[in-house]
Design a protein around this ligand. Sequence first.
Ligand code: 13P
Ligand code: SF4
Length: 354
Amino acid sequence: SPSDPDLVERARKAKEKLGDKVFVLGHHYQRDEVIQFADVTGDSFKLARDAAARPEAEYIVFCGVHFMAESADILTSDDQKVVLPDLAAGCSMADMATAEQVAECWDVLTEAGIAEQVVPVSYMNSSADIKAFTGKHGGTICTSSNAERALDWAFEQGEKVLFLPDQHLGRNTAVRDMGMSLEDCVLYNPHKPNGGLTADELRAAKMILWRGHCSVHGRFSLDSVNDVRERIPGVNVLVHPECRHEVVGAADYVGSTEYIIKALEAAPAGSKWAIGTELNLVRRLANRFAPEGKEIVFLDKTVCFCSTMNRIDLPHLVWALESLAEGNLVNRIEVDKETEAFAKLALERMLALP
Ligand code: 13P
Ligand code: SF4
């Protein structure tokens, strides 16, 4: 829907007044009305790097979700302030692994006598606490664009990986990209005693997958893929690795949001694409590439927006920018020093991956 012209003008004015003091980052899942004010857009990895590369900006306004703003705070200097325009923009997947649950899991691994062989690899989509746990135990962060490299690195450090919190990204990377078998993976359920696993099962596993998932991508099914192939002969199915294993297995291409955009940029005119990721991005890509004769459809019409990404709307962005322009620091995301130090270790290991 077109954005309210009055709000557009207010956002433009506030941004102009702030000048170089503000830098606005926008994740690809953000609404069009917000994306138009982003100084850069990107996937989680690119935005983390871009945030760290702006030391002159006093304010980083993060149009994305809470864990991304935390990561930006960790990677920027102490006098830079990261602002999340709506504090309710969380991520249900990140919430599926709490610090207490992960500490308990580590006790279970210790009891089973394997903690020393285990390297944690945590998806960017996790709280700063989980990132700190990861750094403390010699592990790294990964995103959907470097998960394979992160796992390669981890298996050079130890024999087993504890992958948090997205079981699908962990399983898809291990099995699809690295040639492990499904039997090499076990699923740790934080709601069951001992994760629902025996010590023998833990000892036999190479990949210990946390039982978390994305509620948006989890809704694509094998039927979605089969139906679209029937409906659109010759369609290329391109999905995000947060999708379930059988969906990724049936797709033609798999990658992060940035990968999806690059693939469509490189696609020939006349090609047809069904995309399995969040709707704001798919709609924007469909509109952008329609004039070039590329047909882009959503993989499954029953799946839609990420509701928390969508919380950042133009009214919230205007409010945040106008407040900053008036000298009121609102909605600052600040990670405490101790958590930050260990989380930074893990994030820097990711940034140093080959
Ligand atoms: P990427 O942008 O890194 O592909 O991640 C998708 C996502 O779900 C972010 O929340
Ligand atoms: Fe979290 Fe999924 Fe939304 Fe990404 S799309 S922010 S993983 S709920």
